[in-house]
Design a binder for this molecule. Sequence first.
Ligand code: AMP
Length: 271
Amino acid sequence: MKIIKDKNTLHKEILKNNGISFIPTMGGLHKGHVSLIKHSKKSKLKILVSIFINPKQFNKKSDFMSYPRNTKKDIKLLKKLKINYLYMPSFKDIYGFKPKNKIFLDNASKKLCGKFRKGHFEGVLNVVNRFIEIIKPKYIYLGKKDYQQLYLIKKHIEKKKIKSKIIECKTIRENNGVACSSRNLNLDKNQMKIASNIFFYLSNLKKKIKKNYNLLNINKIKKELINLGADKIDYLENYNIKSFKKVKKSNEKFNIFFAYYIKNTRLIDNI
Ligand code: AMP
């Protein structure tokens, strides 16, 4: 595995390859990231993982500062997984040039996380757009755990006629049901138990709602989440997973999308 810190070196390395499979991350690697990497191996192309904690997608400085960082452990894991390149750029390497494409921000960016984290998706699209221009990957592997992000990146790629193909990967969970997330590192045992209880409550509820849509009572569900130990709920909504719009008819294919806090840790998931 070659560790590369600037795009000039990266270009010299990757130009000789016949296409790249790219997995963007912010580090704090876990089983979710590992599954994207394992998925990418099927492409038979060289695999490039990036670790870059993008300050522009954090709407609070304190959230950026407390984001888990564990570079040594991440490098060890990536070596074990035998990826080809680890790209760890500086802020200047990513933001010190003018990209050819402007970002396209679909209207869906105003919902859910977009409502509660002002500027978040502009920041995500900005960095992804730059990574795409630097790496020109054939495939990009993204997790459904961050479904709204995945949806918006796909819309940007479609609109800008970018050649990279998005490969959607399923959400990987801990044995207790909680979606793997770098932010879980900030949870203690008791808080993890709360997150687990919330997961089981919502996944059982979804099964019931699928059979009888009248059982859906958003306010009641939010109250139950607070009873289970959530400290604050940003949103909890039923969305059609194709149109990414609020569900209107009971026969639509939907997921429950939710974001909530346990103390200062914000968790998002969709079930
Ligand atoms: P992050 O490091 O949190 O920015 O995530 C990097 C990529 O990993 C994104 O495409 C995420 O959607 C994906 N990812 C994060 N957590 C999971 C998970 N539990 N299962 C599958 N993919 C995930």
